[in-house]
Write a protein that binds this ligand. Structure first.
Ligand code: SAH
Length: 387
């Protein structure tokens, strides 16, 4: 018998709204096991679609189709469309996202390309169980030299899935070089954050480079993403990063790009360092703020707000008149409007008139699905402090 889940009337409404997630509280009856692909029906047996079922997560269902069959042919078609869309973007980089989960109608599946290699994450019970099918399809569609499953993401624990990092096809080197525009990075596919790089910021780094000038301060630098892209347009650069290991990567990447002389790397806490720079009377023409998600959940919002405000306030004070602030938030729980308000509050306290040069988001290879607000997480404002 086909595994089947019956929704409550509220669950049916939710499905109709275009959201792909249905919470456990909206299920009326469950005849399914962990990781099943289930038929979803309404209270009177009307078909709603097909979904991935999880017996652990609060997100009990992830809808994959409202009509038709959810089978290997459908995955193949969705993967192919996702890949063709990236081709249409003519991305000037060897590393980019091929599949952005819900944004590509492949809920809880992430696939990133790093040159000849592919890194994937199966973030729910169902996509995890389908691993052989993803591998088959990716080999058929793009024939990578190797596929690595970077399944050590923390969200997997909500699904009761083990953290696991394993080569699931071909061979994958410990380290490789990736290129973004003119910048070359060394990437550790097995241990780097996310799948190795913060690919979602690629287009924002490009955009920021167009406005960067003078003295640059890159805060929360990781492997030097913004510093490396912006340094050629600036006179000198300071990159701040709290992780010693990440800081080592910034130095190596700077050398790799012939920028070793121009980028000073400081291992420090950004909050302390901004205060210290202010005390010393330092100033900058371009400042980047790209912190980790301060609000991982709703409960963390008040502290997150305070954190975002503090760094933006300090940065605006350190910024010279006519300077550029590139400020980001990757917390889904901080909406674009909320983030704009926080930055505005900071500007008021810094007694600065600030204009918006560009309002940006995650790169186009990380598509936002209208109806699933969770797919819009990264906000990036490029601002100008008026002289
Ligand atoms: N800007 C980077 C990505 C930043 S990810 C890019 O374009 O690739 C956020 C980084 O901030 C991580 O490397 C993390 O180690 C660092 N970090 C987190 N909290 C910090 C703090 N308080 N001070 C300095 N760095 C911090």
């Amino acid at each position: 018998m086909t595994p089947t889940v019956t929704l409550t009337p509220r669950g049916v409404e939710r499905a109709k709204s275009g959201h792909l997630w249905i919470y456990r509280s909206d299920l009326a009856e469950i005849q399914a096991a962990a990781g099943d692909i289930v038929q979803v029906i309404g209270p009177r047996g009307r078909p709603v679609g097909a979904a991935f079922y999880s017996d652990r997560s609060q997100i009990a269902l992830r809808l994959v189709t409202h009509t038709g069959h959810a089978d290997e042919a459908l995955w193949r078609q969705r993967l192919e469309r996702a890949i063709r869309f990236r081709e249409s973007l003519a991305i000037d980089a060897t590393a980019y996202r091929l599949v952005h989960g819900e944004g590509d109608l492949l809920p809880s599946l992430v696939v990133d390309r790093y040159g000849d290699y592919v890194v994937l994450q199966t973030l729910s019970q169902a996509t995890d169980r389908l691993m052989p099918e993803w591998v088959r399809a990716l080999n058929a569609l793009i024939a990578p030299a190797g596929i690595l499953a970077r399944n050590d993401a923390r969200v997997r624990t909500l699904e009761g899935l083990e953290p696991k990092v394993e080569v699931v096809s071909g061979h994958v080197p410990e380290r490789l070089e990736a290129r973004e525009g003119r910048v070359r990075y060394e990437v550790d596919l097995f241990t780097g954050q996310k799948t190795g790089l913060f690919l979602d910021q690629r287009e924002n780094r490009e955009a920021a480079a167009r406005h960067a000038h003078g003295r640059l301060l890159d805060c929360f630098s990781y492997h030097g993403g913004f510093a490396l892209a912006l340094a050629p347009h600036c006179t000198d650069t300071i990159a701040i990063e709290s992780s010693e290991d990440a800081a080592r990567h910034i130095r190596e990447n700077a050398a790799r790009n012939g920028l070793a002389e121009r980028i000073e790397v400081r291992v420090a806490n950004v909050f302390d360092e901004l205060r210290g720079l202010e005390r010393l009377g330092e100033s900058f023409d371009t400042i980047v703020l790209d912190p980790p998600a301060f609000a991982k959940n709703k409960a963390a919002l008040p502290n997150a707000r305070a954190g975002y405000k503090e760094i933006n306030l300090r940065a605006l004070k350190l910024l010279r008149p006519g300077g550029t602030l590139i400020t980001c938030s990757c917390s889904y729980n901080v909406s674009e409007a909320m983030f704009a308000e926080i930055v505005y509050d900071a500007a008021v306290d810094a007694r600065a008139h600030v204009t918006v040069v560009e309002k940006r988001m995650q790169g186009r290879d990380h598509p936002v699905l209208l109806g699933v607000p969770e797919t819009y997480y990264l906000k990036c404002f490029i601002l100008r402090k008026l002289p």
